[in-house]
Design a binder for this molecule. Structure first.
Ligand code: HEM
Length: 391
């Protein structure tokens, strides 16, 4: 695999980008966001996740593996049409390599390599990223092969089926230079996994950690859940009746600011922006943190304060400066799906469990420092999920 392909996986699909973004959005809408299908899939995954949390029987554990498996399975159901069992070796490897690459991409040596690519191509972390990508592409190829064997052109089980059917149609009609080719299929699937797994899992992990750190806020979350849901299963529509939880989730996204520098963009021509001249072809990093922590927009930008999203009557509202999904033509393609996942996973877990620090650790001792990574994780930590009475 060469560097150009790596760039394609991480950032773009070259000249095919527009067409494939449109295709991914439409199929995500059909399989993911519309038709209540995503809600069903996420709620099914919630049950598996709760079972996994239950297995720790209130003892301390690291939340990264369960959360990554759960969010990865949502993308799997949408792309492949079915989920993986958590003990599936290939699934575990796919998730592990994705996590590793996120953290290696943010490491100082890879950052230096990005600045001086000719001098530093030997950097060890970069070599590991390339090895991981190569193994992942191999796994994706094998999964595509097995999906092809059971493909029925009359039924789309997921995004991959839709792509294969479209590819066949274009081949039958002798379309020249079709965007629906094998390479773009692999990179579209790879992009969706890379972009859609860690982001949502990491946000949820921040959310759970913040609940442990601030038990008085967790108490209010429990109070709202008990009042609105009782013991029945949550639905997406319940969000309107849960302004406090909505505010807690948004404030988690704001404070965690998990993609602080968004993704790099390149100016397509010379531009003057707010008095600054930027030459065409310049790499630009939009600093999302500068907006999410803007002192002129937020009352207390550096503290966890759900009131940032509540009006005087306790109703939810979203300030314009809330943009963790970035903005513009390349803004996050999975925003709708991510929001649904955040709400359903967070409420399902909190309805069932009270989250506490490990024995012997006080809330004050819990460290909210960010870890290293191109997507910002909490530093390694453990917490306890204690079953709530009546659940
Ligand atoms: C809390 C969860 C998430 C956050 C905070 C997030 C944030 C972002 C950000 C900041 C970008 C860069 C936008 C830009 O270049 O200006 C992005 C791009 C992207 N995201 Fe997300 N994302 C999340 C979840 C997801 C999910 C679940 C999916 C999968 C469906 C997804 C798919 C993508 C894709 C495909 C892109 C690239 C779009 C393009 O280049 O045209 N994201 N995301």
């Amino acid at each position: 695999m060469n560097d150009r392909q790596v760039q394609r996986i991480l950032f773009a699909n070259g000249e095919s980008w527009k067409e494939l973004r449109r295709f991914s959005l439409t199929t995500l809408r059909d399989f993911g966001m519309g038709k209540r299908l995503a809600e069903e899939k996420i709620l099914e995954e919630c049950q598996h996740l709760i079972q996994l949390f239950d297995e720790y029987k209130g003892k301390p554990f690291d939340t990264s593996r369960p959360m990554n498996y759960a969010t990865s399975n949502i993308i799997s159901s949408i792309v492949y049409g079915s989920r993986f069992e958590y003990d599936d070796q290939r699934f575990q490897n796919l998730v592990k390599r994705a996590n590793e690459n996120i953290s290696l991409t943010g490491s100082p040596t890879v950052q230096l390599y990005n600045m001086f690519p000719r001098l530093l191509s030997w950097v060890k972390n970069r070599q590991q990223i390339l090895r991981n990508l190569e193994d992942t592409v191999q796994d994706i190829k094998e999964l595509i092969k097995s999906i092809k064997e059971t493909l029925n052109p009359q039924i789309c089980r997921g995004l991959l089926d839709c792509f294969l059917i479209r590819k066949q149609k274009e081949e039958d009609s002798f379309v020249k230079d079709s965007h629906y080719n094998e390479t773009n299929l692999i990179f579209t699937v790879g992009n969706l996994f890379a972009a859609g797994t860690d982001t949502t899992a990491i946000t949820l992990r921040w959310g759970l950690l913040l609940m442990v750190k601030y038990p008085h806020i967790q108490e209010k979350v429990h109070e709202e859940l008990d009042r609105v849901l009782g013991s029945r299963e949550v639905r997406v529509d319940d969000r309107k009746q849960m302004p406090y939880i909505d505010a807690v989730i948004h404030e988690t996204q704001r404070l965690a600011s998990i993609v602080p520098m968004s993704l790099p963009h390149k100016t397509s021509r010379d531009v003057t922006f707010q008095g600054y001249f930027i030459k065409g072809g310049t790499i630009v990093f939009p600093l999302l943190t500068s907006v999410l922590y803007d002192e002129s927009e937020w009352e207390s930008p550096y503290t966890f304060n759900p009131s940032h999203f509540l009006d005087e009557e306790g109703k939810f509202f979203k300030p314009d400066a809330f943009m963790p999904f970035s903005a513009g033509r390349r803004m996050c393609l999975g925003e709708g799906l991510a929001k649904m996942e955040l709400f359903l996973f967070f409420t399902s877990l909190l309805q069932r469990f009270r989250l506490t620090p490990p024995p012997g650790v006080t809330e004050d001792e819990l460290d909210l420092s960010p870890g290293v990574g191109f997507i910002v994780n909490p530093i390694p930590h453990q917490l306890c999920a204690v079953s709530r009475e009546g659940f």
